[in-house]
Design a protein around this ligand. Structure first.
Ligand SMILES: [Zn+2]
Length: 479
């Protein structure tokens, strides 16, 4: 008995030693760069942003055509507001409304970089106008905050890029490498503009060492245990696919229903799918996130993150508790449309549903569809892919030129910020640039914006100021 306890005790000591050793080895990955406060912006600069908000470059969706006057108006706004950009950079219109600029660098033998943003915005949902504190397209500044549709998504990035470059041009600055600016006009409805720009660059054999598009933001108090702001720098993006499930059976009168109707079979299929979620796991970007965030955590959390061999399932379990966390660790299944029946006393012959999948890196559209077929396991349910979809992106390495450049610029701009790679759950235009670059970063340099796609979208004036500063820092530190 004594021997047994001695054995247990030794085991316990060994465990503690291993845990402590791994925790002490878990060193900070943050670059040793101090922040430089952003210079205050002029009234004119703020006015430029307000003017950008006032132009209604709305993507309504496939059934309603875009308002061409607004998009051409936005082009004219850029031309008149940023004269040096339009004098010194080449500009092409792609698919009429998207814009591609080229700013030639000193060294044309090294690969260029691409800065992206999109000029379109989502509509204000009909019926919610009165819930806004301001007119969504008035371009209002109050309480040191800029209000309006598109402030955060994504005119802030676009205007900040233009402001930064106009400023640098006024100082006769020439970048070390060539910089392309790629501004899509329909990101919110599939990104045909970005697709066309990407294939244009591809046809010219242009390989970029960085493509920087919208994505993660600077967030405060959202990550347990971390009190400093965190820059979430997207290094990969989930894939997207929708499947249609259809059941066709002879219908009939509802007074004499068969043991199973088309609706029964369809709903059973959906229930089976939802009851069999995809397996949870950490993708590479989430592993990288843990590597960057873990060492900054208080001791206990740090020990947990440093010892994934023991605690991985616990960490996954914590992720799974919230819809947002769950989306980070698995391919998600969301029934979004269901259709059947026309009359209360008629059993329909056709029942259909659309299921939307957001695919974790590691899975593909093909592998997801195969699994859906085997889980439903009912040949009466016809499963077909809806036209639009894409596999998850590749993962941008955190030790490459692209990530390092963004990381350094973030540290320089936002004092005390902790930079962390992460997996983007939403989709961006940059997903179309896989053949242009293997270093695609999804990061919007802004502090906790509010109201993405919703009511009272807004960002702080200071946030806008920091955004301009970020792009200046980034462009100036290109080697
Ligand atoms: Zn966006």
């Amino acid at each position: 008995m004594k021997k047994f306890f001695l054995f247990l005790f030794t085991l316990l000591i060994a465990l503690v030693v291993v845990l402590l050793f791994n925790t002490l080895q878990f060193q900070s990955k943050q670059l040793d760069i101090a922040g430089e406060a952003s210079p205050e912006i002029s009234k004119a600069t703020l006015e430029n942003f307000k003017n950008a908000i006032r132009i209604k470059t709305i993507s309504f969706g496939d059934s309603i055509p875009l308002d061409t006057a607004q998009f051409y108006g936005f082009h004219r706004f850029l031309e008149s507001t940023y004269p040096l950009v339009h004098e010194k950079l080449e500009r092409e219109k792609v698919k009429d409304y998207s814009l591609l600029y080229k700013w030639e660098g000193k060294n044309t033998s090294t690969n260029p970089i691409v800065l992206m943003a999109h000029m379109d915005v989502v509509p204000v949902e009909p019926g919610t106008e009165s819930l806004w504190s301001v007119d969504a397209f008035e371009g209002v500044v109050k309480n040191d905050t800029i209000w309006g549709r598109g402030t955060a998504d994504d005119k802030m990035s676009l205007v900040s890029i233009m402001e930064a470059i106009e400023k640098l041009l006024s100082e006769n600055f020439i970048p070390e490498r060539t910089i392309y600016l790629a501004f899509g006009h329909d990101e919110e409805i599939g990104g045909n503009g970005a697709i066309a720009i990407a294939s244009l660059l591809e046809s010219r054999n242009i390989k970029a060492d960085l493509v920087l598009d919208e994505g993660g933001i600077i967030t405060v108090d959202k990550i347990p245990g971390i009190t400093q702001p965190v820059a979430l720098v997207g290094t990969s993006e989930k894939g997207y696919m929708s499947l249609e499930l259809a059941v066709e059976l002879s219908g009939g009168h509802s007074s004499m229903p068969a043991s199973e109707t088309a609706i029964d079979i369809l709903t059973n299929a959906i229930v089976r799918l939802r009851a069999n979620p995809f397996e949870a796991d950490f993708s590479q970007s989430t592993n990288d996130f843990i590597e960057y965030i873990g060492p900054e955590q208080p001791f206990l959390q740090k020990m947990v993150f440093a010892n994934q061999w023991l605690f991985k399932s616990t960490i996954v379990g914590i992720y799974e508790q919230t819809p947002g966390g769950n989306a980070m660790v698995r391919t998600t299944i969301a029934p979004t449309v269901i259709n059947a029946g026309v009359k209360d006393n008629v059993i329909p012959t056709l029942a259909k549903a659309t299921i939307n999948f957001r695919i974790l890196p590691g899975d593909t559209q093909e592998s997801v569809k195969d699994r859906v077929v085997s889980v439903i396991d009912d040949p009466r349910v016809k499963i077909s892919k809806l036209s639009f979809g894409n596999d998850p992106s590749t993962v941008t390495p955190v030790d490459g030129f692209g990530f390092k450049l963004v990381e350094a610029a973030a540290r320089k701009t936002f004092d005390q910020v902790i930079v962390a790679p992460f997996l983007m759950v939403g989709a961006t235009d940059s997903r179309h640039f896989g053949k242009v670059s293997d270093q695609i970063i999804k990061f919007s340099p802004m502090n906790d914006p509010i109201g993405f796609h919703g009511i009272d979208e807004r960002i702080s004036v200071k946030g806008f100021q920091d955004g301009i500063w970020f792009y200046q820092q980034l462009i100036k530190s290109i080697k």
